[in-house]
Design a protein around this ligand. Structure first.
Ligand SMILES: [Zn+2]
Ligand SMILES: [Zn+2]
Length: 550
């Protein structure tokens, strides 16, 4: 039998985030990334979403390793859950493992963490994994060339080409091209910016806008970016120090990640140029530059607290400038907008990507994607990381480039099983690729719970209470109806009287066979009220009847 390799995406192909892809040869497998998906605003009370790792737990065979391409939450945030499903050694670069170690500690999960270094291949089961440096918005990001018995699979991780990046952070196109010369079976490539023509700019593109901010701000400068954006933090710190300011960090994630990066020497700020949190309130405003977490307007974040003037260590007012140096993740637009308005209300200036070039993406645009394709020259291209529209756009750009035939570009979705061997590539069935919703306590939430919350939030709740005589089954007193969030005070009394009469009649006239079973009476009451509310208010509140026998 000719050797084959199977790719099983458990997440990340069809959404932005949730990245987790299984690569397997027979019953030997690797997991590439284990990331979270951030919930949209209508997922009430959902804190994060992780892939369903049931496949790892139940498929026969061995998970030999979990490979982390870089330290973003959408690639490492679900690691604890992957490990619970199938314990295995975890591989990643020093910074990635530094971040991951903290996340695991928070969840009380231990793991065997093994550092990957570009240029040093590692044997993992029947696979040989070669880490390759790529440029991205977090340092120490890797692409992976994985030798399998069926051929070489290259996974790009998140990347951009960025020839202006520092040599130690630049995408190593030479190594990638060497794999291209040896022959690559499949390239899995980041599709996040497949809709942006051209190349994505370099990190240094943000420098002029920040120079401008430091030149004209007399008071405090606050900068909010992703807590993983170490290169951005370094640039801000360098400009701040040049302007004679000391640099501080506010917000749990920001403080945490800065500590990890400082320890590893990946963020370089001398001690004398750092300001501890407890000194910030008393420090002269013009001497401060503060990196603050909360660029997505998260209500519990440090930046939101600053905007409401409820942050203990730092406040803002006239003369200060707040820079939001991150893109808005879809779904967070309103929260970010509210934060910006609140900051303006404090009298400070606010600079954000819509008004100045204070952010540049970490993901390559169409030209970056083609550049990688040209270097790797795979037999097959599989677009990964992105909503379906981005995967398709990536496929179109690749096919139109003529770098490989259109039928060699394979658009897959979560759960699709893709089999590759010397004879070709084909989809072979599907596996379960669900999601697990978590609330803020990291407890699991069933999908139905969130659906109920959405229903309650959009239409309210009605609780009719019916008291029946146990012996006769007759209605004891006029049914009481409690409602919340259903209608205005004026209509209320009249409508409820009417509904109560209707229920009393309906229950009184129910056939004998229903009398024996209170569950049937409950169903009758529910149906009557649903029809009543739909007819009279055009609304569909949740109806929860309580039928008591006394
Ligand atoms: Zn990333
Ligand atoms: Zn990503």
């Amino acid at each position: 039998m000719m050797p084959s390799v199977r790719l099983v995406p458990l997440g990340g192909l069809g959404e932005f985030g949730l990245n987790a892809l299984v690569l397997e040869h027979g019953e030997d497998r690797l997991l590439i990334d284990a990331g979270v998906l951030f919930p949209s605003a209508d997922m009430l009370g959902v804190d994060s979403i992780v892939p369903d790792f049931e496949y790892l737990a139940s498929a026969p065979g061995t998970l030999h390793g979990i490979l982390l391409t870089h330290g973003h939450e959408d690639h490492i945030g679900a690691l604890a859950f992957a490990l619970q499903a199938a314990p295995a050694p975890v591989y990643g670069s020093a910074l990635t493992l530094g971040f991951a170690r903290r996340r695991l500690r928070e969840r009380g999960v231990s793991a065997d963490l093994r550092t990957l270094t570009p240029g040093d291949p590692v044997e993992i089961g029947p696979f040989r994994v070669h880490p390759i440096r790529v440029a991205h918005s977090v340092l120490d990001s890797l692409a992976l060339a994985i030798e399998t018995p069926a051929g070489v699979v290259v996974s790009s991780g998140d990347f951009k080409i960025d020839p202006t990046a520092a040599p130690e952070a630049r995408t190593d196109l030479e190594s990638l091209a060497r794999w291209g010369e040896r022959g690559v079976l499949a390239l899995l490539s980041d599709s996040t910016n497949a809709e942006s023509p051209g190349f994505t700019g370099g990190e240094d593109d943000v420098v002029p806008a920040f120079e401008d901010v430091f030149a004209r701000t007399r008071g405090r400068v606050l900068v909010s970016c992703f807590a993983t954006s170490i290169p951005r933090m370094q640039r801000v710190a360098d400009l701040a120090m040049r302007a004679g300011r000391r640099v501080g960090f506010v917000g749990r994630r920001m403080v945490d990640n800065a500590e990890v990066a400082l320890e590893l020497g990946l963020l370089r700020i001398p001690d004398r140029s750092r300001v501890p949190t407890w000194e910030m309130a008393a420090a002269p405003p013009g001497s401060l530059a503060v990196l603050v977490s909360g660029s997505q307007g998260e209500p519990l974040s440090a930046l939101s607290a600053v905007a409401r003037d409820e942050q203990r260590d730092v406040s803002v007012g006239p003369g200060d400038t707040v820079v939001i140096s991150a893109r808005v993740i879809p779904g967070n637009e309103r929260a970010v907008s509210r934060t910006i308005s609140n900051l303006f209300r404090r009298g400070c200036d606010v600079v954000h990507p819509a008004t100045a070039r204070v952010h540049v993406s970490g993901h390559g645009g169409q030209q970056d994607m083609l550049e990688l394709l040209k270097a790797v020259r795979p037999a097959y291209l599989v677009p990964i990381h992105g909503e379906y529209r981005m995967l398709v756009q990536h496929a179109r750009v690749a096919a139109a480039s003529g770098l490989l035939p259109a039928d060699r570009v394979l658009v897959c979705e979560d759960g699709d099983v893709l089999v590759l061997d010397a004879a070709g590539a084909r989809k072979e069935g599907r596996v379960e690729a669900g999601r697990t919703l978590l609330d803020s306590g990291a407890g699991e939430l069933e999908e139905v719970v969130v659906r109920d919350r959405r229903h309650l939030s959009s239409a309210g709740i009605v609780v009719p209470v019916i008291v029946l005589d146990k012996q006769t089954g007759r209605v004891e007193s006029a049914p009481e109806i409690v409602t919340r969030g259903v209608f205005d005070a004026e209509d209320r009394a009249e409508l409820l009287d009417e509904a109560s009469r209707l229920l009393a009649e309906s229950v009184a006239s129910r056939p004998d066979e229903e009398r024996a079973d209170p569950a049937l009476t409950r169903e009758r009451v529910r149906g009557e009220l649903r029809r009543f509310f739909r007819r009279r208010t055009q609304r569909r509140p949740m109806v929860i009847p309580v039928v008591m026998e006394v």
